[in-house]
Design a protein around this ligand. Structure first.
Ligand SMILES: Cc1ncc(COP(=O)(O)O)c(C=O)c1O
Length: 348
């Protein structure tokens, strides 16, 4: 991909997943929020009669701070991690280095705002491993995902810390890290003035329609980031959801889900290992796998004809049409996927 590829960068898995197809394209764990969370949101409907209060914002930020061992002033509630990306130009970077292949929204937001961007494309032969020395010294903003969508690679926190420099902000998109047992390699708890961590409620809690997430960073960086936000930037339901999803019962459920993902991913990897021609690229640690399949576009279309949606890979910088991303689902759904790959790849 080169030149002005913004239309491709705007492509997301929800477009691949049409109604009626078994959805392996979108990586949201649940098809709706859990019952207890829906009950909390339903109760909060009564709050919609007033503007979101400073007190409700403070309570949500305190809940996030307690969850991550931070100060409430280090927290900003967001309308999804996507809002965090959209706000990045407010940091007025001179040069942004974006680690790819990765989620494309930061690339799009920064380039649309006219920020000079340099793509650091990690090497497939090196397992898409982060090497801090590959990032240009001149970059005063660095953005990466951990674990990374779509490679599923989890970078060591130690390597991320090597990116820190005076005058540089390192943004770590941890939208999927709650699916990693123990949130290993998370830097959310680190109060370093150069770190800005973005978290999302979308994937774990089945909440893509609510738009809920938060940023963790120094109060100075958060103030700069939010400089041009409107008054009442997030609604009362978002504040309720953020608070609820930081409570101990939610953390316990999230840890259980992370363990389940790990088990189901092992099952899916075993199944796909038996399909000649399907290669899993990257050491998978996220609730999805990046595959390389010869004649990938034909395979994707043939899977679709069999009622299965997978995410095309070629809209991610550094990947091509032979790359497909698939979500890890429960064992029954995963065997459907393996069987479909067998039919489509082996039979040609
Ligand atoms: C890696 C990654 N980060 C962030 C997001 C956006 O998250 P949110 O729904 O919180 O805006 C997505 C959504 O697909 C994603 O894949």
């Amino acid at each position: 991909m080169s030149g002005d590829d913004r239309e491709l960068l705007r492509h997301h898995g929800d477009v691949d997943a049409a109604r009626g197809l078994a959805d392996f394209a979108v990586n949201v764990r649940l098809d709706r929020p859990p019952r207890w969370l829906r009950a909390r949101l339903a109760e909060a409907l009564d709050d919609l009669g007033s503007y979101p209060s400073a007190e409700a914002d403070e309570t949500a930020r305190r809940a996030v701070a307690d969850r991550h061992g931070r100060h409430p002033d280090d927290v900003m509630v967001l309308a999804g991690a996507a809002e965090g990306f959209a706000l990045l130009p407010a940091l007025r970077p001179a040069l942004a280095a974006l680690i790819h292949p990765s989620f494309t929204e930061p690339d799009l937001a920064l380039r649309t705002a006219g920020v000079p961007v340099e793509r650091v494309v990690l090497d497939a032969a090196d397992g898409y491993r982060l090497r801090a020395e590959q990032v240009p010294e001149a970059a005063d903003l660095v953005v990466l995902g951990n674990p990374t969508n779509p490679t599923s690679v989890l970078h060591p926190a130690e390597e991320i810390r090597k990116l820190l420099r005076p005058g540089r902000i390192v943004v770590v998109d941890e939208a999927f890290i709650d699916a990693v047992p123990g949130e290993r390699e998370s830097v959310a708890h680190l109060a370093d003035p150069g770190l800005l961590v973005l978290r999302s409620l979308t994937k774990m809690w089945g909440l893509p329609g609510l738009r809920a997430g938060y940023a963790l960073g120094s109060p100075q960086v958060l103030a700069e980031l939010g400089r041009a936000r409107p008054h009442w930037p997030v609604n009362s339901l978002v504040l309720t959801a953020v608070r609820a999803c930081c409570e101990p019962r939610a953390i316990a459920e999230s840890e259980g889900a992370a363990a389940e993902f790990t088990e189901n991913r092992t099952g899916l990897l075993d199944g796909l290992a038996g399909v000649p021609g399907v290669e899993v690229v990257g050491a998978a640690e996220a609730p999805f796998l990046l595959l390389r399949v010869p004649d990938g576009q034909r395979v994707r279309e043939a899977l679709r004809e069999r009622g299965i949606a997978v995410r095309r890979g070629d809209t991610f910088p550094g990947l091509d049409t032979d790359h497909l991303r698939v979500a890890v689902r429960d064992p029954e759904q995963n065997s459907l996927l393996v069987k479909a790959f067998q039919d489509v790849v082996e039979r040609g």
